[in-house]
Design a protein around this ligand. Structure first.
Ligand code: HH2
Length: 360
């Protein structure tokens, strides 16, 4: 049945330490925030949100509790439950995924890491700077990019993966859309998979990911990289992306991937205008209603250049840090970034200032 009612947690505030609760609030996904209100979004027959109403949690439960079933009860439940660890790493605090592009043509830093030595050194530097996860990508998916043959992707990826596997004190994620690359990466010791097509590009990917037993990031993209920026349209971008990810979560579970191995990502910049990206950023907390961790990849992307006027992607560090903090302020458990050190410092200060506690 098509979903017509959505709950976006709002009135977000830092979760208190220890057993003390926020009066009138509930913990958001077992993390660092509590939500004290819900935006109730109703989708009309035209496909657009036809009603948006913010109710405090007290109002919501008082009004609705008496009924047999709470509206969107599945989402309400999903918002509160703590998230499972990802490959042993707790998501009770935000995690940084550092980008290692092994491609000659990535939009922001392509061609820099063409030797295995340079890529390994860069990956280890990101860990030193505070990355919890490294995301190795050997196929660019920037707008307009061409696909890479599987042999070439493996040739770029495996030597680096094998060399950092035992050296890097971080999880290793592999950013790929291909089943064969997923299998080989799992054999070579990868800890998680990241597919910008949410396991739809390669018909064998669902099975390969399920067999690997690894956690998987399911990202939303409209169309493929070659054409995705040609006039993308949605009825309501936030609700359409939610529905898509909900369907992909269901497809993964049907294929044997457990719920606690899934992570979702709205796919900033993948078949989206500036307005679409900003609607997703502003509504990001909605995705917690899927009951799995949320990943945000906004680093150095075009909407940041549009807002700041910084044309060169490599110089969009401050804007990217701002975007990462905005994501974490909505409970995103993982931020995928190029500039690990700047993000780590900003995040540590932001968390300490928000919660009144410095992490050891
Ligand atoms: N963005 C890019 C690539 N992979 N994966 C996830 N989960 N989320 C993202 O937002 C995302 C992603 C594009 O950025 P980048 O890796 O810097 O560029 P390129 O694809 O050109 O290598």
């Amino acid at each position: 049945m098509k979903r017509t009612l959505y709950l976006r947690p709002t009135g977000l505030m830092p979760a208190p330490a220890g057993e003390v609760g926020v009066w009138g609030g509930l913990p958001l996904a077992g993390g660092w925030l509590s939500f004290t209100a819900l935006e109730i979004i109703r989708r009309g027959s035209s496909g657009e949100a036809s009603e948006r109403r913010i109710l405090s949690l007290g109002e919501f439960t008082e009004r609705e509790w008496g009924r047999d079933t709470l509206p969107a009860a599945d989402m309400f439940e999903a918002l509160r439950l703590p998230r499972a660890r990802v490959a042993g790493v707790s998501l009770a605090r935000p995690r940084i995924m550092g980008i290692v592009n092994l491609t000659p043509d990535s939009f922001s830093d392509g061609g820099r890491l063409t030797s295995v030595d340079a890529a390994v050194a860069h990956a280890l530097k990101l860990v030193d700077e505070g990355a919890d996860i490294l995301d190795l990508g050997a196929e660019s998916t920037r707008p307009g990019s061409d696909p890479v043959p599987v042999d070439e992707e493996l040739r770029r990826l495996l030597p680096v993966l094998e060399r950092i596997r035992d050296k890097a004190d971080a999880l290793i994620s592999v950013d790929t859309r291909k089943a064969e690359v997923m299998r080989r990466a799992a054999d070579a010791g990868a800890d998680m998979l990241n597919d910008v097509s949410a396991l739809t590009h390669d018909p064998a990917a669902l099975e390969a990911a399920a067999e690997s037993g690894l956690p998987v990031v399911l990202m939303h993209a409209l169309g493929d990289p070659k054409t995705m920026q040609d006039d993308p349209r949605y009825d309501d971008v936030l609700l359409d992306v939610f529905d898509y990810l909900e369907k992909r979560v269901a497809a993964c579970r049907a294929a044997g991937i457990p719920h606690d191995k899934l992570i979702v990502d709205p796919g900033i910049g993948f078949g989206k205008t500036i307005d679409h990206n900003l609607a997703l950023m502003a509504g990001l907390a909605l995705f917690h209603g899927l009951g799995v961790p949320v990943l945000l990849g906004a680093s150095r992307k075009r909407f940041i250049g549009h807002i700041t006027g910084v044309a060169s992607a490599g110089e969009r560090v401050a804007g990217s840090v701002g975007a990462a903090l905005a994501g974490v302020a909505q409970g995103a458990q993982i931020v995928r970034v190029h500039d690990v050190r700047a993000t780590r410092e900003a995040l540590d200060v932001w968390m300490a200032a928000m919660t009144g506690r410095a992490e050891a």
